[in-house]
Design a protein. Sequence first.
Length: 279
Amino acid sequence: MPEGDTIFRAAAALHRALAGRRVTRFESVYPAVNRVAEDRPIVGRTIESVSARGKHLLIAFSGDLILRTHMRMNGSWHLYKTDQRWRFPARHMRVLVATAEVEAVGFNVPVAELLTSRELARHRELRFLGPDLLDAGFDGAEAVRRMRARPRDAIGDILLNQRVMAGIGNIFKSEILFLAGIDPFTLVSALADADLDRIVAVARDELRANVTTADRTFRRPTGRTTTRSLDPNSRLWVYGRGGKRCRRCGAAIDSQKTGLDARLTYWCPTCQPPRTTGV
Ligand SMILES: [Zn+2]
């Protein structure tokens, strides 16, 4: 699943290319989107902004119409000059917004809808989003409060809960808990305030670092790093490294399937020892 930094970078790149420009072509394979676009044509409108809210990407058009997309597992937005060849087959296109200069193509984007700002404000998936880690006004205390409201959740699960805080996906979940030295299966109730504060601080640092250091191509998250290593083979501490040696202590990295969709969690049993007592 794309993480918050990927969506944030995609939104920033799309904003730079599209904001202030007029839409010359709009296409979608989704009947519900096309119905709205027939009643209220997108072509001719100006793109006012492209922004990220959690893992939702929002393209706002003049005249109060917003295209909301969500990438889920496999969706991605690409940006092309109008004469450039697409890197994915056209059959994977789900939605397209073109100006005279560029084409923004949403490939395999499974969720797309056109909304008014009023509908967006009431949207059930956005209304309950927790504080966004990449938002300049991020409220860490509110994130901690929302974690405390779920004392029986494991910390690894709660980091993925976008209603607690928005932006963390499966890769960052494992990396953040490694950097914070916390076993992913620890219940929130067993963690001190200082632990939660540290987890939130690390989460924010890592997402922000990966937005600012990443290159401008947002198509693949290959630039993501938490180790700050320039070696492409040692960019992450634990994610995807089950059975390999911990870069810090040499112990074997553990992994386990967790959650409803059985995503893998990775951790170092030595650097992230289990908590046996509550606080
Ligand atoms: Zn270790």
